[in-house]
Design a protein around this ligand. Structure first.
Ligand code: AMP
Length: 607
């Protein structure tokens, strides 16, 4: 059997892993029992890692032992601006690594961001392995459409540490469109409105013949569900008794309690017109230990009024993306909702009013990206040729020329993959070597762009200035990796480089972290396998009971269907027992899924 390729949504707030089964994309449940894995990583008192729900629990007891929303720093360089931004976004310390990469401090240890991401990916890999009962090595991972080369490479680096080979990086809006089935027969423009826990992205895609082109993207990376929660927290703080308010607003435990209550109220308001809020034990937990409570009710109308500045910011982003795409919002053919926050009625109303149509809601908004990644993974396995996933270059690319200028070869928003070529002449007469610097950015001046690297063409045919033509070819892949080739046309002398962004970690560290991760995964794999065998035994016992029940009812009311049902369960049980004895974990996992379906009466087994 072919090795499964999984689809992963490595999100800012939550992550998820999915696969295609029986022709339909489905989320793989986490071993902790949830649909989504919170993108939270912690180190407990023994220094052992905890990921996801367990890390959220740890955050309650030891807030300084966990980090979250680290995707904001993935593949970024440590700069004064970033440091300032980090201070306003997260309470944990963000520090510089030896290569200028970004690291976080938790429980007294410093971890590279790629390692934190690798821990999350590693957990999803283990979830998938538990689901399939076999090793998983390949995946498709989604990234925001505006991720640059460094951020894309850091995602690959994290996957590498987690023991995963990335067969394709897919833009998140494209994945969402795949989950909504737009690769099948849809033609037109699709707007993806993605409001998650910490970030907001809007993308407009052109879909034609199953090919997706990202026409324009925009976003606000400090706008998300957390900001809506904070509006409620501030309102709650205003209701705290005057003599406690200062202490409460400085006390991390109290603030966390308020935030949890605010988020719960926000979710309740998705269903109901009013939410009751009750928070106890607010005060100075480290000092005076005098506490107060807040009891109040929040109506949906008032929550919407509190959120007004945030909804305005959402609309501003939509307006600028429409302007960049030169489109009228009312001409958009479909609007797709992504991200947990798009369940909020206010957000749905805003979207409906702005685009003049109801958004599509057929797919759970917080699952869409992972499901789309699974669809793409499945397609790559089967190579069906559908959904080519045509994206665009996120920034312009060009060659440095005389006068400190840049000659652009590929313009921003050009569809990829793309090949562009131009002829250049070495600047100085009689030189034997030509350096061709490559720049990324929108300015016509070199020093206002980002230098990606250079191609050096040696042993040039010595000629007078302007007489040795060089052809430069840029080949930009569908994942945004640039291959540059320079050829001296008179001699055919050729040089090529692949311009990938620098790895974010120092040499050797990736291997070391990878080895650490592999040994953790191996230990976990043993524990998971024992637990899976135990659960499978129990499942077989429940299956036996079902089989006896079906046999009895077949005797009482004989029919070909009743007999077939008995035969089906018995075949599964027999197969299960044989697989268990043979230690065939993949077969056990497959039969476990079919038996679970039968026992829950959800659908017929595939046999
Ligand atoms: P995501 O990053 O897509 O997982 O989105 C997470 C954000 O969605 C968080 O801010 C959640 O509070 C919010 N969210 C998830 N479900 C709901 C809901 N039913 N009602 C309101 N907000 C929700």
């Amino acid at each position: 059997m072919q090795e499964p390729v999984i689809g992963i949504d490595l999100g800012t707030t939550n992550s998820a892993v999915a696969t295609v089964e029986d022709g339909r994309p489905r989320l793989i449940p986490s071993r902790a029992g949830g649909r989504l894995t919170p993108s939270v990583v912690g180190l407990n008192r023994n220094g052992d890692r905890v990921v996801g729900q367990a890390a959220q629990v740890l955050a309650e007891e030891q807030p300084d032992a966990v980090v979250w929303a680290t995707k904001r720093f993935l593949g970024r360089r440590y700069t004064p601006e970033l440091m300032q931004q980090a201070r306003s976004l997260v309470p944990y310390p963000v520090v510089a690594g030896p290569t200028g990469d970004v690291r976080v401090k938790l429980a007294g240890r410093v971890l590279p961001i790629t390692q934190v991401s690798a821990m999350i990916l590693g957990e999803l890999k283990l979830d998938a392995q538990a689901h399939f009962g076999r090793e998983v090595h390949k995946c498709v991972i989604t990234v925001p459409a505006n991720f640059d080369d460094n951020q894309r490479n850091a995602t690959r680096e994290a996957a590498g540490i987690a023991g995963l080979e990335v067969v394709r990086l897919v833009n998140e809006p494209t994945a969402a469109a795949l989950a909504y089935g737009l690769s099948r027969g849809f033609e037109g423009s699709a707007l993806v409105f993605d409001l998650g826990g910490g970030t907001f992205d809007v993308s407009i895609l052109d879909v034609k013949n199953g090919v997706f082109e990202v026409r324009a993207t925009g976003g606000d990376h400090s706008l998300g569900g957390e900001d809506f929660d904070q509006r409620i927290v501030q309102w709650l703080l205003a209701q705290v008794d005057d003599s406690y308010r200062d202490a409460v607003s400085r006390d991390p435990t109290s603030l966390r309690r308020l935030k949890v209550a605010a988020e719960a109220a926000k979710r309740e308001l998705t269903e109901f017109a009013e939410a009751t809020i009750s928070v106890t034990g607010l005060g100075d937990h480290a000092g005076s230990r005098r506490f107060t409570d807040v009891e109040t009710a929040l109506t949906r109308d008032f929550f919407e009024a509190l959120s007004e500045p945030l909804s305005r910011r959402c609309l501003e982003v939509c307006q600028s993306v429409m302007a960049e795409a030169r489109m009228d919002p009312r001409t958009v053919d479909v609007v797709l909702l992504v991200g947990g926050m798009t369940r909020v009625p206010l957000v749905r109303r805003l979207v409906a009013d702005f685009f003049g149509r109801q958004p599509s809601t057929d797919v759970h908004p917080d699952e869409a990206v992972a499901l789309g990644a699974a669809v793409q993974a499945d397609e790559l396995v089967r190579q069906s040729g559908q959904a080519l996933l045509l994206d665009v270059a996120s920034q312009s690319l060009g060659v440095g020329v005389l006068g400190g200028r840049v000659k652009r070869l590929i313009a921003k928003n050009t569809g990829v993959p793309v090949v562009a070529r131009d002829i250049f002449f070495p600047g100085t007469a009689g030189q034997s070597e030509a350096r061709i610097p490559v720049y990324q950015g929108e300015s016509e001046f070199q020093d206002e762009n980002h230098k990606l690297g250079e191609v050096v063409l040696k042993n040039l045919h010595v000629a007078a200035r302007g007489e040795t033509p060089l052809e430069v070819v840029f080949e930009l892949s569908s994942e945004g990796i640039l291959a540059v080739k320079a050829t001296e046309l008179t001699t055919g002398n050729m040089e090529a480089v692949r311009l990938e962004a620098r790895p974010s970690l120092p040499h050797g560290e990736v291997e070391k972290l990878g080895a650490e991760q592999a040994s953790y995964a191996q230990e976990q794999g043993v524990v998971d396998a024992q637990r899976a065998a135990e659960m499978f035994r129990k499942l077989l016992e429940r299956g036996e009971k079902l089989s006896r029940l079906l046999q009895r009812s077949a005797q009482e009311n004989p029919s070909p269907e009743a007999e077939a049902a008995v035969g089906n369960v018995q075949r599964l049980l027999e197969g299960g027992r044989t697989a268990l004895d043979a230690g065939d974990t993949a077969q056990c996992a497959r039969i476990a899924r079919q038996l679970t379906q039968l026992l829950s009466g959800r659908s017929e087994s595939r046999g």
